[in-house]
Structure formats: C-alpha cells, structure tokens
Design a protein around this ligand. Sequence first.
Ligand code: NAD
Length: 502
Amino acid sequence: MSDTSRITHWIGGKLWDGTAQRQGDVFDPATGRVTSRVDLAAPAQVDEAVAAATAAVAEWRHSSLTKRTQVLFAFREIVNARKDELAAAITAEHGKVLSDAVGEVTRGLEVVEFACGIPHLLKGGFSEGVSTGVDVYSIRQPLGVVGIISPFNFPVMVPMWFFPVAIAAGNAVVLKPSEKDPSASMLIASMWADAALPDGVFNVVHGDKPAVDRLLEHPDVKAISFVGSTPIARYVYETGTRHGKRVQALGGAKNHMVVLPDADLDLAADAAVNAGFGSAGERCMAISALVVVEPVADELVAKIAERVGTLRTGDGRRGADMGPLVTRAHRDKVASYLDAGTEAGAELVVDGRGVQADGDDDGFWLGPSLFDRVTPEMSVYTDEIFGPVLSVVRVPTYDAALQLVNDNPYGNGTAIFTNDGGAARRYQNEVEVGMVGVNVPIPVPMAYYSFGGWKSSLFGDTHAHGAEGVHFFTRGKVVTSRWLDPSRATAGGINLGFPTQS
Ligand code: NAD
C-alpha cells in the first residue's frame, strides 16, 4: 500500500513523521474495500500533541478577540467553500449519502458562525461602586488545552459542536476522531492552517482506547468533550473527572416519537421514515421507537410500510436515499436484531435483509426494516440498535406513552405528533428528555441553543455549544478592585474585621 493511503496525526501544524506501532483499516462501506490505513496513537503521540497545544495556547490565549474572530471568519469561509470536499470525505468513509453529508457540514458550520460572535459571548459583568471607590467585574478565561473525542457517525459536525467555541474562547484543542472515518478531520486541520490559525492550536491524534486513556489522564489536558456510546461516555466521564478534568460526555440514545390519534398521519409517516432511516439510522437523534396511541396504529403502519417500499438503498454517491452501514460487523449486529425481534414475537413488516442495493456486492448493505407490535422488554426496544430498524410500540393512552418514554434509561431526543396544542404543551413539560420536537422529528437545536440529552444520554452538567458551550470552555473570575481617587486620597487604615461595604 502506498504512502498516500496512510492517514497520520496532525501535530503542531504538520503531519507526524514517526512510524506507527499500530494501524487500523479504513473502509469504503459502499464497496467493502480498505481505502487507507490510519495510524493509531500510542500515549507518546498524545503527549506530543498535548505538548504542541500547550506551547501554542500560551500565545493564543493572549491574542486579541479581534484576531481570534478574524481567524474564525476565515475558517468559516474556507469550510463553506470546500463543503463538497468535506462531504465527499464523509461519504467515502462513513457511507451516508452525499446530500446528508452536505447537511452535516452545514449544521457544523452553524457552530462556527456562532463562535464568530465570541467577543459578545465573552462579555462579563461590571458593577461600579460596590463600596467606596470599589468596583467588581467578572471575566471568563480559557481553560488551556482541551480534548475532543468524537464518534464515527458525524465526523465533521460532532467535532464542530466543540472546537470552534473552544478555539474562539482562547483554548488549544487535541481532537481524537473516530478511527473508522478519520479523513474529514485531516481536511479540517488543513482548513485551520489556511485560515492562519497558529500551529499547535488545533491538533489531531488518531487512535482508539490507548489514545483516549492518555488524554483522560494527561495532567495538561484541562477538559474533555466526548460523544459516543453510553458505556464509553460513562467511562470517559468517570475517568476524566477522577483526573480532575471538566468533562461533558454525551452518550447513546433511544429516541421515541409519540403519535397521538389526532395527528396528521401522512405528516407523521413522512417524519417517521425520514427520522428512522436517514443516515441508515446511524444518528443519535434518529427515531427508533414509534409510540402510537391507538386506534391509529394499523393506518400509520400501513402508510410507513408504503413509504419504506419506495426507499432506494445504495452507494451514497449515486443518488440513493440510504447508504450502507459503517462496517461489516455493525451491519451484521444490526441485522441480528431482525432475528431477535422476530423470535421475541414482534411482527417484521419490512425486512431489510437481502435488499437490492445500487452498489458494490461487497458493500455493508442492510435495507430499511420495520417492526410492529414491539413490547418494552424486547431487545429491539431496550437496545440502541443504531441502524435502519424502526420499532412500533402500540399503547392505549397518552399517559402510557409518556410513561414508556420516561421509564427509558436514555433521554436524548423525542418528538410528539399531534394537532392538539394542549397535549403537545403537556408533553414538552412532562417528558424527561433533553431535546423535544413538536411535529418535528429530529429536534437538533440551533447552534445558539445547547445540544444535550438527559439521563444516560449525557454525563456531566453542560450541554454542547450555545451558552453552555461557551461556559464549558471558559472559567469565571471575579475581580474586586479599588483605585484611590487622587483628589481625595487617604490611607485605608487598619481594620482586621471581615470586609463589608461602606
Ligand atoms: P463509540 O463509543 O464506540 O466511540 C466513540 C469514541 O470513543 C471513538 O472516538 C472511539 O475511538 C472511542 N472509544 C471506543 N471504545 C473505547 C474504549 N473502550 N475506551 C476509550 N475510548 C473508546 O461510539 P461510535 O460507535 O463511534 O458512535 C456511535 C455512538 O455514539 C452511538 O451510541 C450514538 O448514539 C452516540 N452518539 C451520541 C451523540 C449524542 O449527541 N448524544 C451524537 C452522536 C453519536
């Protein structure tokens, strides 16, 4: 294999020139072929990246807000101009269709645009004259070096939930992207360089557990933003906080879409198909459980089945609706749930196995699949399948629907479909989930709000981007200052009492 197919780390503004002890295969999921090999970092390479970031942040944190904003604006223009290149890299390693990949980049760009407003976002408070000649003001300062660890399913958007805000706020970043689709992060690194971000402020270290573990324990890494599955999110949160770091760890999901009997069933069917099968169900905000309040389930399932029949599965570069799954192992695991659900007594209305995909025979294909009459103890309901499998759970009442959602250990996203404003308002109030859609199936917040789930979908207190993101990447300081008025200067006098106002 030639050197051009090797993907290596980006440290201190250049490609790492060492020799990796371990490498991983990177596949094109639509062909099943290995397209490159990615270096997997040993702890020493993480140390190199953290050292580069530490050196860079010493100056970057003192660069003016004007300077930082100029770099952010330049980066925004470059990403926007090279959107299609990024999307092509996503599709080539993740498999999602090109239009979906462009959408991912666009949503990531929104966070870059939000971060362009950093001068406003970092404004503190000022209280004049809290005591005679004394003023108090608050400022927010960067943390230093921060680590970002991201999942395979959004190789551009998820890192972009964090690094634009982190960098704008004056931090330096070490990104550890998913080893399954590492190329997009290399394009991003070159775009930062073109935007004149100083070397070392943005670094990429590829790898798996050893790289993650070193980031979690490195004393110079002050904070970790993680996104991935719940068991790893919990581990990252516990390990990172034990090492004294600020950690936000976003985990897995099981998102319910509740359909009340008065809903527009055509709108609900369209939404269920889009949210269930977009990106082959490999989205943390995908709808995987459709909770239908009777008596409309028969009608709704028929409408969904009809729409699923029209979906074209195939190579994301050929205009298909749905691409392959990310790896062969993941495809096989998702497909195994079709057996498990059937054995448990669910009704397999549409079986995606054996789909005629418009693509290479060796691609990691699985067509969209629909289960009806799923019950809460079945593994197709309890597990986050993370694939194109939609399960319909029939319930008798709104209260039963609410209880099902609130009893679920995950709490990332949910949606309610109804024409009854009062019912929708009650749901948004009572449901224990972080992001709620009303007749909107995938309620991903805009960049100026914050993204995050509840319960086992997020460990830590702070959600991504928006005001919470700015808060996460900065720490507060309050200054109490006294300047004597030269015209009335007198000595302060001795007083050992606790300071009070006068
Ligand atoms: P994953 O948990 O397998 O991997 C996430 C990251 O952790 C990767 O960078 C990976 O290299 C690293 N990692 C994997 N195993 C590790 C280990 N044992 N120790 C340390 N690090 C490890 O997740 P994934 O399969 O890449 O992504 C899919 C998951 O991410 C799904 O569960 C999905 O719901 C979740 N996700 C959540 C959100 C959210 O906002 N809550 C967003 C996107 C994806």
